[in-house]
Design a protein around this ligand. Structure first.
Ligand code: ADP
Ligand code: ZN
Ligand code: ZN
Length: 733
């Protein structure tokens, strides 16, 4: 027999299928990971097919060396998915297969923890044995009587107490039996007992409308606090009753301890959690609990869509509008599309849930491609918190130059006096967004990227938010020598500083990328906030999602315009979602909540609709705009990004690709709305020069054109230049 093997090398030359001989003594199936000879090296690889014949001459073929795992690592469904992804996204085979297993498995970096246990061999007569032992063998006798009392014991304990020679001797004499057992490294989220909720009529209707055992896409549009999680959990329960399994995805940053506690208490050991906060060992063991079928409910961030789970009965994507569901680095893919593939393969429902569905998803629901389910009110019957829009220009006119409007200040004082909690949202970490010379206009920039540096006061450093490089803060302008240095727009650090001087005795916490680098830091901040009365939590979009703090009565959005005025056609959609999410943190239990939204453009339609929680009116406005301006979902945007360290080389490649594409453009002019080559908005990152081609064309020709685009870009690939093709990219910088 022969095996088709993909070797685990990220090299375009070797990224194809190689044939190997399967030796008779090896148990190899499709999906098994193996070690194979490759040139004069030994390399890990994946068997993707087993066959009786090979076209190659036998003297050229080598046998597989060994099998790497005692289970099949890649299930048949994932082998099919690999073909789909390679074709759809033009990915390399090895890149794709790597997505399907924990990275720790490659190179056997992590292994299962196996512990050895000992117990008495009851087949022996203990008294006889003891009588045979010399009288002075005190420790040996003690060992036997210890085991009589304690039963099965870990060998290391016995070795310490009674000496490893004695233990070894008894094992070889078969007085003691040795067993090996795997110990699982499971993340310890304890589930607390939950009261069983009586479903609201709306929840009941949504649950009844979802048909199991049938492929269908659903869009669950439910306001924040409407009890979507309860709907998900009930559906999962029903799926488990059918002896099937479930995948539920949430954005990485909303994988809060709350969600995990909820799922653990409902499904116990049946849940596996897959996310980046786990240690390598934990991730490996959780993955294997899924693979072995011990855990049939997978909860995780984006990459959990590749969980090796069989017989899937439902796939749920919570906060489906979240941009983290698109992978932005190689290998690029869209989670919704993978989920759709798996739902079809398993003939099961795919449920997309959100309080603010993406414009595209809602459009699909309108067209009847998704079934729309709605939860228009909060589960506890409470009103949504009132959102008050504050015009910051009129604050300035009235002499208030500070970060906080008078309204927000007053609300903060009230909230603190009543010993309640407030959350202040600002989507910019650091202290000031840039440092600039007032005299000559010099702006501090990263040496490796074409972006300005952000000032971080606590470290007194300038940091590049693209590559992470750090620089000395400016005290004097390096260009003109002036010491008149101006700071740009404020960040979370500065908000905290201000608050500390306003409320010296109040616990003020900050949650952003800078304060949550360490494992569990996230959880610690949330726990501390939860027990602070009064308390204020300042944060970036990390605080916008998933949290359920009953005593938060005030939410402040410090600079709403910051998300709105990004040069991206989705900025209004993202701003609307963010405002809705953040506002949803207030007044979740018995206390009434209030939201203060600060802006320099109080009349903007996004604020008008968001402050009334009027998603549908917002959607109508936005979809009309997209139609007239020819943006998705009415067109497909494709970006070809070329980057290298050499500017001339980059320009040459982009020109060549552009010229070849011109043919396609010329013969499809009526379907094209845009076609241009240019330097990328951020022209340099990590010292690589970036150029791009942008295209916009109707959906109807997408399939055809993508194949041609891939063929052209593939032919230009070389070691010094990287070329990425992205369809509807989340980020156009
Ligand atoms: P969403 O995900 O839609 O924002 P959650 O699932 O977080 O909402 O639910 C919000 C709150 O409502 C939670 O505290 C939850 O326990 C509660 N809840 C959910 N369903 C019910 C119900 N049927 N009756 C009472 N409370 C409910
Ligand atoms: Zn200067
Ligand atoms: Zn940089």
């Amino acid at each position: 027999m022969y095996a088709e093997v993909i070797v685990d090398l990220l090299n375009s030359e070797t990224d194809k299928v190689f044939d190997y001989i399967i030796p008779d003594n090896l148990n190899i199936k499709e999906g098994t990971r193996v070690l194979v000879p490759f040139g004069n090296r030994k390399i890990e690889g994946y068997v993707i097919k087993i066959k009786n014949q090979t076209e190659l001459s036998l003297n050229k073929l080598k046998p597989i060396i060994k099998v790497l795992d005692d289970f099949v690592a890649i299930i048949p469904e994932m082998l099919t998915l690999k073909d789909y992804m390679v074709e759809k996204y033009n990915l390399r085979l090895a890149d794709t297969l790597r997505l399907f297993i924990p990275s720790e498995m490659r190179g056997s970096k992590v292994r299962p923890i196996i512990k050895t246990y000992c117990e008495l061999n009851l087949g022996n007569n203990l008294e006889n044995i003891i009588n045979k032992l010399p009288k002075n063998a005190k420790r040996q006798i003690e060992l036997l009587s210890f085991l009589t009392k304690s039963g099965k014991t870990e060998i290391s304990i016995l070795n310490n107490k009674f000496g490893s020679n004695n233990v070894k001797k008894f094992i070889s004499l078969k007085y003691i039996l040795e067993t090996k057992e795997e110990v699982e490294r499971s993340p310890d989220y304890v589930g607390e007992k939950q009261t069983i909720l009586k479903h609201t009529k709306e929840q009941e209707r949504a649950i009844d409308n979802i048909i199991l055992n049938k492929y269908e896409k659903y869009l669950l549009h439910g306001v924040t606090g409407s009890g979507k999680t309860e709907v998900y959990m009930t559906i999962i329960e029903n799926v488990l009753k059918l002896n099937k399994s479930a995948i539920m995805l949430v954005p990485e940053i909303s994988l809060t301890p709350q969600i995990m506690h909820n799922f653990k208490s409902r499904f116990g050991e049946n849940v596996a959690l897959l996310h980046s906060g786990l240690s390598a060992g934990e991730r490996f063991d959780e993955w294997r609990r899924v693979r072995s079928g011990k855990a049939r409910v997978v909860v995780g961030a984006r990459s959990a869509i590749f969980a090796p789970i069989e017989n899937v009965g439902v796939i749920i994507i919570d906060e489906e509008h979240d941009s983290s569901y698109s992978s932005e680095s190689n290998p690029r893919y869209k989670t919704q599309e993978i989920a759709d593939f798996r739902a079809k393969y398993n003939n099961c429902p795919l449920i997309l849930g959100s309080a603010t569905p993406s414009i595209n998803s809602y459009y699909q629901a309108e067209k009847g491609n998704y079934k729309l389910l709605e939860l228009p009110t909060r589960a506890n019957g409470k009103e949504m918190p009132k959102i008050q829009i504050v015009d910051m220009l009129s604050e300035i006119r009235n002499g208030n130059m500070g970060i906080f409007s008078n309204v927000l200040k007053n609300e903060l004082y009230d909230c603190i006096n009543e010993k309640k909690q407030a959350m202040l949202f600002l989507n910019r970490r650091g202290y000031a967004s840039f440092m600039m010379c007032r005299n000559c206009g010099y702006v501090a920039k990263c040496s490796d990227c074409d972006v300005s540096l952000v000032y971080h006061k606590y470290e007194d450093r300038l940091k590049c938010h693209y590559c992470g490089k750090r620089f000395k803060a400016l005290t004097k302008c390096p260009q003109c020598g002036s010491s008149e240095i101006k700071q740009g727009a404020i960040g979370t650090q500065k908000v905290v500083d201000e608050l500390r001087s306003m409320f010296p005795s109040v616990n003020i916490l900050r949650m952003d990328n800078d304060t949550t680098k360490n494992k569990n830091a996230h959880q610690k901040i949330l726990e501390e906030f939860s027990s602070s009365h009064p308390g204020i939590l300042v944060g970036t979009q990390m605080i916008a999602k998933g949290h359920d703090f009953p005593d938060v009565t005030l939410v402040g959005i410090i600079d709403a315009d910051q998300s709105l005025y990004q040069s991206d056609y989705r900025s209004p959609e993202r701003a609307f979602a963010l405002i809705t999410q953040v506002s949803g943190r207030a007044g979740r239990k018995d206390l009434e909540g209030k939201v203060i939204l600060q802006t320099y453009n109080p009349k903007h339609y996004v604020y008008k609709f968001a402050s009334n929680y009027n998603y549908k009116a917002f959607y109508e406005k936005e979809i009309n705009l997209r139609e007239t301006t020819k943006f998705p979902p009415f067109t497909t945007i494709v970006r070809i990004l070329v980057s290298s360290e050499n500017e001339d080389l980059t320009k040459n490649v982009i020109r060549k690709i552009y010229n070849e594409l011109a043919d396609i453009y010329n013969s499809n002019k009526e379907s094209f709305y845009y076609f241009n080559a240019m330097k990328s908005p951020v022209g340099r990152i990590k010292n690589k020069i970036r150029y791009q081609i942008l295209m916009r064309f109707t959906k109807s020709i997408e399939g055809d054109i993508m194949k041609k685009i891939y063929a052209i870009t593939d032919s230009e690939k070389c070691a010094k230049v990287s070329i990425f093709v992205e369809i509807d990219p989340q980020n156009l910088s």
